[in-house]
Design a protein around this ligand. Structure first.
Ligand SMILES: [Zn+2]
Length: 444
């Protein structure tokens, strides 16, 4: 199957941009990229006049189950918000997680995302949470990096979550190993990979942090957790260990090139240097950080240190929009608020959302740029119409103006969004299932 997208501007991210060019998709790979029209034959030709082609966006941090618990604890700090939401999440079952995961991935697809990392760390009784998310992926058709999360430090051990919502370290490790053995696909072009993800230093014991790292390295998978999100976390970590969260992570072998960490807002200069030296990734979630008033991550400094930085929407309970194109805009605004007008360029914002994210997930050789041989994961943004008329630079239109609709979204050459509508599944059905799931969570 050969599909040609032509007459479009192309931001390849890794190489020269094209003002009017073509991209050829041959099965699940990119076969050609260039100026002008494509002279060869094709099974389908997409006239993308007035559109911008970019790599599909890569979401590096999410909690898809939270799509069913949006709009709660709307004016709380992180710790207050968690304490308010744990009892709601304790009522999750596999059906609710499936509905929320499907809706969350549908929303991501409609905002240009082709690869999503989902950090799932609540395992109340009521079915197989991991299988529910895997089934949601199959309905929407995005690439999924499913982080099998865990919490083993309940209130009685000085942790934040109620004891009823945590597993033992043994249960968490066995569950993670089972998910790896059943689902992790290490082959080229994989649609489903597993990572290990103890939730955070304040919900997980030191033993589970260390043993998760040992398991991940034995199995050859990646590691993910939340780190240095708020000043409250830093205070608690210093009081308990005498170390900052970054120093604590370093001590446990968690600053390394197979690790990416959500938020990393509060980092001292030596920690930023250490992130660069070890190639530890950061999942920057500007909307969630703003929603919870957590602070502004030092993205400019991390990039200058050589550390991989990607973007994430975070769970929809703290970023109710859940759209990844929005985060390009928010990342740019926050970086400039922190570091002045040179804090981040429009092209760097796009890089964060594509190659930066691919590096965090270890997929930079397969996705994150429009290059021959890479996966045919592409977003075709429709810049025709009122919102973009008169903006000459299409990347500026994408990053600075309202998030555009998609003419197409391809994942491995397959059309997931067409003409601004989800093609792989019925949006109305998904919305109905989600409304029912949210209503069930509100019941006593
Ligand atoms: Zn998170």
């Amino acid at each position: 199957m050969r599909t040609v997208v032509e007459h479009a501007a192309i931001a390849t991210v890794s190489g020269p941009e094209h003002r009017s060019g073509h991209v050829v998709l041959e099965d699940d790979r990119i076969a050609a990229v260039g100026d002008g029209t494509y002279p060869g034959t094709a099974d389908e030709r997409v006239d993308a006049t007035g559109c911008l082609v970019t790599p599909g966006l890569v979401n590096t941090h999410h909690h898809l189950y939270q799509w069913a618990t949006r709009g709660l604890a709307a004016d709380h700090t992180l710790f207050e918000w968690l304490v308010a939401l744990y009892p709601v999440w304790a009522k999750l079952d596999a059906e609710i997680t499936h509905a929320a995961g499907t809706a969350g991935m549908a929303r991501l697809a409609l905002s240009g995302c082709t690869t999503v990392a989902d950090h799932h760390y609540v395992f109340p009784s009521g079915g197989d949470q991991v299988a529910a998310l895997v089934a949601a992926r199959e309905r929407i058709g995005l690439r999924l990096h499913l982080v099998r999360g865990s919490m083993d430090r309940g209130e009685s051990d000085g942790g934040l979550p109620p004891d009823s919502l945590v597993e033992t370290a043994e249960e968490a490790l066995l569950g993670t190993e089972a998910a790896i053995d059943r689902y992790h696909d290490a082959s080229p072009g994989a649609h489903l990979q597993i990572a290990a993800g103890p939730c955070s230093p304040f919900t997980v014991t030191e033993r589970l942090m260390a043993d998760s790292a040992e398991l991940a390295r034995r199995k050859g998978i990646r590691l993910h957790t939340h780190l240095a999100e708020t000043q409250d976390e830093e205070k608690q970590c210093l009081a308990e260990t005498g170390l900052t969260p970054a120093e604590y992570a370093d001590k446990l072998g968690w600053l390394a090139s197979d690790v990416w960490l959500a938020h990393t807002v509060h980092l001292a200069p030596d920690a930023i240097r250490r992130f660069g030296a070890t190639a530890t990734g950061s999942a920057h979630c500007p909307t969630s950080n703003g929603r919870l008033g957590s602070g502004i991550a030092p993205v400019r400094d991390l990039l200058d240190a050589g550390a991989p930085v990607g973007l994430g929407v975070d769970g929809a309970a703290s970023s109710e929009s859940g759209g990844l194109a929005d985060e390009l805009h928010q990342a740019l605004l926050q970086a400039r608020q922190r570091g002045g007008p040179t804090g981040l360029t429009t092209r760097e914002a796009l890089w964060l959302g594509t190659m930066g994210g691919a590096r965090c997930l270890g997929r930079e050789r397969e996705t994150g740029s429009v290059e021959v041989g890479k996966l045919a994961d592409l977003a075709v943004w429709d810049l025709n119409g009122l919102n973009y008329a008169g903006i000459e630079d299409p990347v500026a239109a994408l990053v600075l103006a309202a998030p555009p609709p998609l003419r197409r979204l391809f994942v491995g050459g397959k059309t997931v969004v067409d003409g601004g509508r989800l093609k792989s599944a019925d949006e109305t059905v998904i919305a109905g299932e989600l409304a029912k799931a949210s209503a069930r969570l509100r019941e006593d």
